[in-house]
Ligand binder design. Structure first.
Ligand code: UDX
Length: 416
């Protein structure tokens, strides 16, 4: 099928390469010419395991082409995916102006009968508005890609959600995804738009529950790992996605939880549970920062603090809304001398060591902020020898407290 994808961000790039890989003829449009040049040359602008190989293959067999022109991209397209940024607006709502700008630009040139599909996470009613502006049939097909496993999540999704006004539009999308083996849920437009927010809202709440239980465990002297294991055996709860940490971040949860509260409020429902998730998440960041200050004896001014991890989670180079970055900012504001190391992420203005061990040289405190596996395998004796102080704040519960203490270091974890 001839498909256009508008927007080569984390979602659009994966959608375009993925659809090309499963046999479609895809044109990806991106307004940033440098990004187009990099992608056309087979250089992925994002770190995603498996993406470089797919990108090269789909460029080589010409199933994927890239352009800076939205108008060229939609020529002859049977389906047009809008994968544009929907950042958080001032009131917490999703800013969908980029979606409507492109809808208005393309309206005069979209092929007759072409289906316009919104891939971006958008508030209720956005798809209908896109239909009005383009005069074309619309469908909602939200993505559930996790950064760091986006290619796998595209090829082996837990489910495909299609929201449409008319069954005939659904059939076109079912045909498009035929090579992918996954359950397809067909629903109406509004429900499909809500499903995406409901998923991220629940997942953010689940992580936050784990973080809050960790804090309870700290208060009463319990071990959160055993507590979460103890409840996880209940088949209704399970073990996944409940690893305590510095709080959730990334380009989705912070934005989507706020947009969910806003869209509910605008419709007359006060989503106090989700407000509580957002507030608890902010607290988790503050608690983690406070642990580093306490580990430095109550004041980090002039202290060297080593920070392992800047990305918002392991497996990605993305630092958007990263808790690690937020904590580094607070440490710098408090006068600490921060040296960071992240295997993938770099941030201008933050002093970066060439490797994890170099980062701890002369450090009074070591903060582990992102769960990169290599940090778990560190040589604790070597860490102890190279630090000037002896405190480790393990915000991801990566290390074994007994081993840390055996190396002559003090250990502060999350909930244990
Ligand atoms: C999320 C959703 O998982 C995905 O389905 C959606 O399409 C986009 O948003 P992503 O933001 O890439 O994906 O990251 P995710 O793996 O969900 O983690 C989100 C945040 O929660 C990260 O900061 C991560 O560190 C944190 N987290 C996640 C935890 O602290 N503990 C966990 O057990 C899981």
């Amino acid at each position: 099928m001839r498909v256009a994808v508008i927007g080569a961000g984390y979602v659009g790039l994966i959608q375009a390469v993925g659809l090309a890989h499963i046999g479609h003829d895809v044109v990806l449009a991106e307004r940033d010419a440098e990004r187009v040049a990099a992608i056309s040359a087979g250089r992925s602008p994002i770190y995603e395991p498996g993406l470089p190989e797919l990108l090269s293959a789909t460029l080589a067999d010409k199933s994927l082409t890239v352009t800076t022109s939205n108008i060229d991209a939609v020529a002859g397209a049977e389906i047009v995916f809008l994968a544009l940024p929907t950042p958080q607006g001032n009131e917490g709502e999703a800013d969908v102006s980029a979606i409507f700008l492109v809808a208005d630009e393309l309206a005069p040139v979209l092929p007759e009968g072409c289906l316009v599909v919104t891939k971006s996470t958008v508030p209720v009613g956005t798809n209908l508005e896109v239909g009005v502006r383009t005069g074309r049939p619309v469908a909602s097909n939200p993505e559930f890609l996790r950064e760091g496993s986006a290619v796998t999540d595209f090829m082996k999704p837990d489910r495909i959600v299609i929201g449409a006004q008319d069954r005939s539009y659904v059939d076109k999308l079912v045909e498009l995804y035929r090579p992918i083996d996954a359950p397809i849920l067909v629903t109406d437009l509004v429900s499909a738009e809500v499903i995406k927010y409901a998923a991220n809202g629940y997942l953010a709440a689940r992580v936050t529950y784990a973080n809050a239980m960790a804090n309870v465990c700290e208060a009463v002297g319990a071990d959160v790992r055993d507590v979460l294991l103890g409840i996880g055996y209940d088949h209704r709860i399970g073990f996944s996605f409940m690893r305590p940490g510095p709080g959730f971040g990334g380009s989705c949860f912070p934005k989507d939880t706020r947009a969910l509260v806003k869209l509910a409020a605008d419709a007359g429902y006060e989503f106090s549970l989700m407000r509580g998730v957002i507030a608890t998440n902010e607290e988790q960041l503050a608690r983690t920062f406070a642990k580093v200050v306490a580990a430095a004896g109550g004041d980090v001014r002039g202290s060297r603090v080593a920070v392992w991890g800047l990305a918002f989670k392991a497996g990605t180079d993305d630092v958007r809304e990263s808790p690690a970055l937020a904590i580094v900012g607070r440490l710098l504001d408090a006068g600490a001398d921060v040296v960071a190391f992240d295997p993938q992420a770099t941030v201008p203005g933050i002093s970066a060591a060439p490797d994890a061990m170099a980062a701890v040289d002369g450090a009074e405190v070591l903060l582990i902020a992102t769960e990169w596996p290599q940090f778990q395998r560190c040589d604790l004796q070597a860490v102890a020898a190279r630090m000037s102080g002896s405190a480790i704040v393990d915000a991801r519960n990566l290390l074994d407290p007994t081993a840390v203490k055996a190396a002559g270091l003090t250990y502060t974890g999350v909930g244990r």
